[in-house]
Design a protein around this ligand. Structure first.
Ligand code: TYM
Length: 327
């Protein structure tokens, strides 16, 4: 059976881009594949975190994944730091990656540019991400478009390691959706929507009050022209709304564009589609949030299940590398 793996960082409130670009596809993959999903708390440490907040965000993110439809009985759902093999394989892959290839990562350049403090972990971040993926003999990794380069690196590291030390890792493929792979900010539609909280009016949070969601969509930046048409280059704002609507309804954004003639009608339809997508998630989240013990217990089971795959993969890598087995 095909193995699917993906992860999400507990660094801020989950936004619509995470949902449409990745999380909905995780849900859809269940049943079709052996699915493994991870809250990547170690990746959050690349920038300083408030400890109490990190702890609560990690638990809440797991609850949100269940609310979205990740079924802990059908998928392996766990927290990265609960499976210590991730950190160990990460070191091995840091020694497989070159300084030059890590330096070329555009996310590193974007995040380090102008920052007061750049951790070494921010630089080696993609090696930990490759470890996440390679530990599970992953065939397919459903992610948004912004992870494309990291996925390419994970493939290169698997190929290089296999070449140097013999067949050890499965070489993974990225699965990037046709629609919704790059949800843009509603106020600055040439930059991607992100959890980083510096554009509150341009970002839709999955758990935000639904009237506020509708308002933000109705106030989204479009352009001076009046024609509804899918053309991301010339009409980024309108095209973003068409993509969001298409991702929610399963339609092609260009076809949706032919249905509307006025911006107001497009915005109303988009707002309704997003609100109806979020409503059941929010209802289910409210139930789960009342039971943190239940979530902690299912994460413990998930970590135990994950280790059944991670431990033998790491042992294989250690052996092939020539690390002496402990007696
Ligand atoms: P993260 O936590 O930033 O985002 C989680 C997922 O959401 C997607 N995404 C988007 N998709 C469409 N439009 C957007 N505006 C948008 N913003 C975010 C991301 O592409 C991602 O799929 N490095 C990863 C986490 C990670 C990981 C892994 C992923 C760690 N290890 C192993 C896959 C496999 C990240 O920072 O995602």
């Amino acid at each position: 059976m095909t193995r699917v793996f993906s992860g999400i960082k507990p660094t801020g409130p989950v936004q619509l881009g995470n949902l449409l670009g990745a999380l909905r596809h995780w849900v859809a993959d269940q049943g079709e594949a052996d699915t493994v999903f991870c809250v990547v708390d170690l990746h959050a440490l690349t920038v300083p975190q408030d400890p109490a907040e990190l702890r609560s965000r990690t638990l809440e993110l797991a609850q949100l994944l269940v609310a979205i439809g990740i079924d802990p009985d059908r998928s392996t759902l766990f927290v990265q730091s609960h499976v210590p093999e991730h950190a160990e394989l990460s070191w091995i892959l840091e020694c497989t990656a070159s300084f030059g290839e890590l330096r070329r990562m555009t996310q590193f350049k974007d995040k380090s540019d102008g920052a007061d403090f750049v951790s070494a972990g921010l630089f080696t971040y993609p090696a930990l991400m490759a470890a996440d993926i390679l530990l599970y003999d992953t065939d397919r990794v459903p992610v948004g478009d912004d992870q494309r380069q990291h996925l390419e690196l994970s493939r290169d590291l698997a190929i290089r390691f296999n070449h140097r030390y013999g067949d050890t890792f499965v070489v993974p493929e990225a699965a990037i959706p046709k629609v919704g792979a790059r949800v843009m900010d509603l106020q600055q539609p040439t930059r991607k929507m992100s959890k980083s909280e510096d554009s509150p009016q341009g970002t839709i949070l999955v758990l935000e009050p639904l009237d506020s969601v509708a308002k933000k969509i109705k106030r989204a930046v479009t352009d001076n022209d009046t024609e509804v048409r899918f053309d991301p280059e010339a009409k980024p704002g309108v095209s973003n709304l068409l993509s969001i609507l298409g991702a929610c309804t399963g339609e092609d954004p260009a076809t949706v564009g032919e249905t509307y003639t006025r911006y107001g009608d497009l915005k109303a339809a988009c707002a309704e589609a997003v609100v109806e997508t979020l409503r059941p998630i929010q209802d289910r989240f409210a139930e789960l949030a009342a039971d943190p013990e239940g979530t902690a217990a299912l994460l413990a089971k998930g970590a135990a299940k994950a280790r059944e795959v991670a431990v033998p993969t790491l042992a294989r890598a250690r052996h092939n590398l020539g690390l002496l087995a402990p007696h």
